[in-house]
Design a protein around this ligand. Structure first.
Ligand code: NDP
Length: 282
C-alpha cells in the first residue's frame, strides 16, 4: 500500500482563500481590516523566517501586520508595557509573541499578559482552560491545523484510536485534548513511555510531535493508519520530519509530508484566529 499524501499546502491555501473573501466583505462594508501585531525579541534566524512568513501571509489576505522588533536586551518590564499597550489598542485584534524568547525573559508571565481575546496563539491560561472545557475560545494553531488535516481525509474521527507522540504545551497536549473532543480514544506518549512501538502499532491515527528526526519507522505503524508528522528538524541544510516518510508511506493509509504538511496549516490557522479575534471584538 502507498499512502495518500495529505497536501497541507493546498488545504491551507483553501482555508486562507476563505479568510481573504470574508475580510474583503468586511472592508467592502466600510470596516477596517483585521490587524495582527507580532512581537519578535532578538535575532534568532528561524524566528525571523517565521515572522517574515506570517507578515507575508497577512499581506496576501488583507490583514494589517504590525511588527515590533525588539532588541534581545529588552527588559521584561518594557516588553510587558508594550503588550499592555497593544491590549488596549482598539485597532489591534491579535497579538503574537514569537517564541522562543531569550532566556532571561519569563515566557509564561509574558504570555499571561496578553489579553485572552487577542491571544491568537491560544497559549493564554484562559484559552487553555476553554480548550480543556471545550468551550468557545482561541485554539492553538498547530493542533487546530492537525485536526483540520485529519478531518479533510474524510475518514471520520469518532472512535478512532489516536497515539500522540509528545506532550508539549504547544503541540502534544492541545492536540490530544482536541482529538478527545472529536471523540477519539487518545493515548499520549513521551520520553518515559514504555513499550512505545507496541502502543504506536495500535493507532488508527499517529501524530508525531517529538522533534526527533525520522523517529517513527515503518515497523511502528499499523497498516492503513493516518500518520501526521509535526516535526521540523534541520538536517544538513534540509528539513525533515519526525517520521521516516519514504518507508512509512508504504504502510500508512494517509501521511503528511515535511515540508508541505502541518507547517502551512499552522500559518493558515493563525489567519483564521486573527479573523476570529476581529469578529469577537465586534
Ligand atoms: P518539545 O521539545 O517541547 O516536546 C517534545 C516532546 O516529545 C516531549 O513531550 C518529549 O517527552 C517527547 N519526546 C522526545 N523524545 C522522545 C522519545 N525518544 N520518545 C518519546 N517521546 C519523546 O517539542 P514541540 O512539541 O514544541 O515540537 C515537536 C516538534 O514539532 C518539533 O520538531 C518542532 O519543531 C515541531 N513543531 C512544528 C510546528 C509546525 O508548525 N509544523 C509547530 C510547533 C512545533 P518529555 O516530555 O518526556 O521530554
Amino acid at each position: 500500500m502507498t499512502a495518500e499524501i495529505i497536501d497541507g499546502r493546498a488545504i491551507s491555501k483553501e482555508i486562507r482563500e476563505g479568510v481573504k473573501e470574508e475580510i474583503a466583505g468586511f472592508v467592502r462594508s466600510g470596516l477596517r481590516p483585521p490587524a495582527l501585531a507580532v512581537i519578535l525579541v532578538g535575532s534568532d534566524p528561524a524566528s525571523q523566517v517565521y515572522v517574515r512568513n506570517k507578515k507575508k501571509a497577512c499581506h496576501k489576505l488583507g490583514i494589517t501586520s504590525i511588527e515590533h522588533l525588539l532588541d534581545a536586551a529588552v527588559s521584561e518590564k518594557e516588553l510587558l508595557a508594550l503588550i499592555g499597550k497593544l491590549n488596549k489598542d482598539p485597532n489591534v485584534d491579535g497579538i503574537l509573541v514569537q517564541l522562543p524568547l531569550p532566556g532571561k525573559l519569563h515566557e509564561a508571565s509574558i504570555l499571561d499578559h496578553v489579553d485572552p481575546r487577542k491571544d491568537v496563539d491560544g497559549f493564554h491560561p484562559i484559552n487553555v482552560g476553554r480548550l480543556v472545557a471545550n468551550t468557545e475560545g482561541l485554539r492553538p494553531c498547530t493542533p487546530a491545523g492537525i485536526v483540520e488535516l485529519l478531518k479533510r481525509t474524510g475518514e471520520g474521527l469518532v472512535g478512532k484510536k489516536v497515539i500522540v507522540l509528545g506532550r508539549s504545551n504547544i503541540v502534544g497536549k492541545p492536540t490530544a485534548t482536541m482529538l478527545l473532543h472529536e471523540s477519539c480514544t487518545v493515548t499520549v506518549c513521551h520520553s518515559k513511555t514504555r513499550g512505545l512501538k507496541d502502543i504506536c502499532l495500535r493507532g488508527d491515527i499517529l501524530v508525531a510531535a517529538l522533534g526527533q528526526p525520522r523517529f517513527v519507522t515503518a515497523d511502528m505503524v499499523k497498516e492503513g493508519a493516518i500518520v501526521v508528522d509535526v516535526g521540523i528538524n534541520r538536517r544538513e541544510e534540509r528539513i525533515c520530519g519526525d517520521v521516516d516518510f519514504d518507508n512509512v508511506k508504504e504502510v500508512a493509509g494517509y501521511i503528511t509530508p515535511v515540508p508541505g504538511g502541518v507547517g502551512p496549516m499552522t500559518i493558515g490557522m493563525l489567519m483564521v484566529n486573527t479573523l476570529k479575534a476581529y469578529k469577537m471584538a465586534r
